[in-house]
Design a protein around this ligand. Structure first.
Ligand SMILES: [Zn+2]
Length: 830
């Protein structure tokens, strides 16, 4: 959860359905808007930490009002956030949020970049952040992005001077930007990217401040604004039929996984930018003193003389009238000495030529996915709906190999279709899965091939290039090959054409806990990535574990067909952890990937290939009691985890809590944030306390300190705080070594706190009645010891336990020590 507080105040939930994957077919006034962008020669880069940190109002202003070439550099892909639209978390959530950012940029018109940093979870300050991010790599990625994108101005979302006041990633993003600003023009710093893109000196660096950073509107009004520039971001764009605030909200509403639906705003609005580096503009123009016209470029004057008048004389009834002028400018743009701007302006100009000319070209694959080095059928559709003479000269593949060269005139409004056979070849990367997930990285960093670093996604592997001839000008247009089908409800549905392996395999259960020496059955699903494939499937396992049979044969007939195989897995006698990995041997090769698909309407369909594996843990665990009652909170997987170690778990209806209904349970466990999300718990405490008094065990997991349905969540006084320990490696001090919770039935030692994931715990109580015994002490670096992570109190004949330890993360991750401690909590008093 990284939403700045002020966004939560300002925006209500709002949702739009977008079939965003269909290609844009602009109207005459949108073409006019694109022409305005073509005639602006300047760039702006916005920098923050997560998808959804970016101020879409300012980005939209820069693109649609200033018409600058604008990009957002998000340091991470937001893997550590929550997910309001589905079950994907961590890396798969990062895939969704990457695509949400790309959809947001399609709406506001910006570009998108990332670094290799992984959003590993919350950190309290940048120092903690840089313990996980390899600073030199992330900084190098920021420097590389500046050299590649060449922004005239850079805008930071966060303040680099206030570590500890917000998420450590936020402050870190601003600090990295500041450092990179000074380094980008020094060829001795990160020489590889200097050699690749040249060095670059941006003119100005701003901090996109607001009242929120000052604590209140009132304080902000009184603040010294001598180093600030204010810009009007509430303008209305008649060519688009939208105000800047309305575009910003449509863009922001793409962050659906974060629940950031946003309602559009109209009327005047001001954004403030504090100058950090460079000279202060003399007016409210962020680009003041920077030449952003065609004359900025050598050979640009002549181009401007052709293209600038087109804006003034634009014919909204017939944009194709300006096609001859665009074609006249084309060779001049194609010959620009400045390779950076040549690339950008050629792309914009070529799109305008197609749009003005009313020319539609599309390449549609017959199959939705293909394998490397496979022949596949593509239908090319070309139609000329304007009044220019156009000849389709040839079609080439991604390797520039000629596939068709029968030069044919495209007569007015005659739909032409060609069937072409394409060979997919072998690409690098080999498959169209997110490139940053191909190899396992560290907690804080992804691994990426040099050439792809910074890119938002793996580029389409299969493209076709069409050469169109307009009089004596021939222009190549490159298009991704896509797949599409008709859905009876949605209509035309577009999907990326994906290059995938011939076969994949997966273990659906990602963590398997063995609480005793008994063998368990493990399912493996084999999926065909082509028609007719056969081979063998086996399970690689850790030493000491046994798997039977050692291999099985399979035969699948259709692409997409799956078959489930079962193996018997026997754990070793002692405690042991490791991974089971399905290995497929087919067509003389080894396949060890699993395929995960992500299908939501607001983003393109995603196929993600991951190393196929499941964690197995044999835990030395003793337990007492058997029947557990579970009161669900905001949602966690604790019940499934407890079932894995042999407990029977019953869900309790919160409106039906009474001492009588609970009396047969050995323990009652309350799910995470239940006292924040379950209104019935405001009245249930007397019954829960009575159950404890009669000899029951009540375990309450973490709640946030704000927004409780009742302050009364224990039989004794207990006050929650915001104390949290985010370092999962932090030392744990045992405060009550004799307490039964650390001794029976499992002896808990330091070893049980090894291998924890993401954090120790959160929202620990900081005040409690003397009846409570604090069991564990822990702290983050440089902070004072917290003692409220695990509190135990005897009440009547039973026990009340409050714990902010992150069992909801540790048990699903298969952390043995967390299981052993949880079993002791459930067993206390038995
Ligand atoms: Zn954030």
């Amino acid at each position: 959860m990284h939403k700045p507080f002020f966004f939560r105040l300002l925006f209500l939930f709002f949702s739009i359905v977008a079939v965003a994957q269909a290609p844009k077919k602009p109207t005459a006034s949108e073409i006019y808007h694109d022409l305005q962008k073509l005639n602006f020669v300047g760039s702006a880069l916005y920098i923050a930490a997560h998808p959804d940190d970016e101020n879409t109002r300012l980005i939209s202003y820069l693109v649609n009002d200033v018409h600058a070439n604008t990009a957002y550099l998000s340091i991470t892909r937001g893997d550590g956030g929550q997910n309001l639209v589905g079950p994907e978390l961590r890396e798969l959530l990062g895939v969704i949020r990457t695509q949400e950012l790309l959809e947001a940029r399609k709406i506001d018109g910006g570009h998108q970049f990332f670094t290799r940093a992984n959003d590993f979870g919350y950190s309290k300050n940048p120092e903690e952040t840089f313990e996980f991010w390899t600073k030199n790599e992330v900084l190098g990625d920021v420097v590389m992005t500046i050299r590649k994108f060449r922004p005239d101005i850079i805008v930071n979302r966060f303040d680099h001077r206030s570590p500890g006041s917000t998420h450590g990633h936020h402050t870190a993003s601003a600090m990295l930007s500041l450092e990179a600003f000074d380094m980008a023009d020094d060829a001795s710093k990160f020489p590889k990217s200097a050699a690749e893109y040249g060095v670059w000196k941006p003119q100005r660096l701003f901090f996109n401040t607001s009242w929120w950073f000052y604590g209140s509107q009132e304080k902000f009004e009184k603040a010294d604004k001598s180093q600030m520039v204010s810009v009007e971001t509430g303008n209305y764009f008649p060519a688009l039929g939208l105000s800047n605030g309305e575009i910003a909200s449509l863009s922001r509403s793409m962050h659906k996984s974060q629940g950031f639906g946003s309602t559009g705003s109209r009327g005047s609005e001001t954004e403030y930018l504090e100058l950090l580096k460079g000279n202060k503009p003399s007016d409210n123009n962020l680009f003041e003193g920077i030449n952003t016209t065609w004359s900025r470029l050598e050979g640009g004057k002549e181009i401007g003389a052709i293209l600038n008048p087109l804006e003034a004389n634009f014919n909204f009834k017939n944009p194709s009238e300006m096609l001859p002028q665009l074609l006249k400018a084309y060779p001049l743009v194609a010959n620009l000495k400045d390779t950076h701007w040549r690339k950008i302006k050629l792309k914009q100009l070529k799109q305008l030529i197609l749009d003005c000319g009313g020319i539609f070209i599309e390449a549609v694959s017959e199959a939705n996915s293909i394998n490397p080095n496979e022949n596949f059928k593509v239908t090319v559709e070309a139609v000329n709906r304007g009044n220019a003479d156009v000849v389709l000269q040839s079609v080439k593949n991604s390797e520039d190999k000629m596939l068709w060269n029968e030069s044919t005139v495209l007569p007015f409004n005659e739909d032409k279709k060609l069937e072409i056979t394409v060979n997919s070849g072998v690409h690098n990367p080999k498959y169209s899965s997110p490139y940053w997930l191909n190899e396992k990285g560290s907690v804080g960093m992804y691994v990426a091939p040099e050439a792809l670093i910074g890119l938002p996604e793996t580029p389409a592997l299969e493209q076709l290039t069409f050469e169109l001839q307009f009089g004596n000008v021939t222009i190549p247009f490159t298009k991704d090959i896509i797949y599409k089908f008709n859905d009876p409800v949605k209509g035309e549905v577009y999907r990326p054409l994906e290059v995938l392996p011939e076969v994949t395999a997966s273990i659906p259960e990602k963590v398997l806990i063995f609480a005793n020496n008994e063998a368990e059955t493990v399912s493996v699903i084999v999926r065909a990535g082509k028609d007719s494939i056969s081979g063998t499937i086996s399970l690689q396992h850790p030493e000491g574990w046994q798997v039977a049979p050692s291999q099985q044969t399979f035969q699948l007939d259709r692409n997409g067909e799956t078959k489930t195989f079962t193996f018997t897995v026997t754990p070793p006698s002692g405690q042991s952890e490791g991974f089971l990995k399905p290995i497929v041997n087919a067509e003389g090769r080894i396949f060890d990937r699993e395929l995960v698909t992500i299908d939501y309407e607001h983003i393109p369909y995603q196929s993600v290939l991951l190393p196929s594996e499941a964690k197995v843990a044999k835990i030395d665990i003793q337990k007492k009691g058997q029947k557990i009652g579970y009161i669900n909170g905001a949602g966690d997987a604790i019940p499934e985890s407890l079932k894995q170690i042999g407990y029977s778990v019953t869900t309790i209806d919160p409106s039906n809590i009474s001492a009588e209904n609970l009396q047969n349970f050995d323990a009652i466990v309350v799910g995470i944030r239940a006292y924040n999300t379950v209104p019935e718990l405001a009245f249930a405490q007397p019954a829960l306390n009575k159950y404890v008094e009669n000899g029951g065990t009540l375990i309450v997991q973490y709640n946030t300190s704000r927004g409780l349905v009742t302050e009364n969540l224990a039989p004794y006084e207990l006050k929650l705080s915001r104390d949290r320990v985010t370092d999962e490696f932090s030392e744990v001090k045992i405060l009550a070594p004799e307490n039964p919770i650390l001794n029976t039935p499992n002896k808990i030692t330091q070893k049980d706190f090894e291998g924890w994931v993401q954090e120790r715990g959160l929202y620990f109580p900081d005040e409690w009645a003397k009846e409570f015994t604090p069991i564990l002490g822990m702290r983050d670096k440089g902070e004072k010891m917290t003692k409220g992570s695990l509190l135990v109190a005897k009440y009547g004949k039973g026990y009340y336990i409050y714990t902010g330890l992150s069992f909801f993360r540790e048990l699903p991750a298969g952390v043995p020590g967390a299981y052993r401690l949880f079993a002791n909590m459930l067993s206390i008093g038995k």
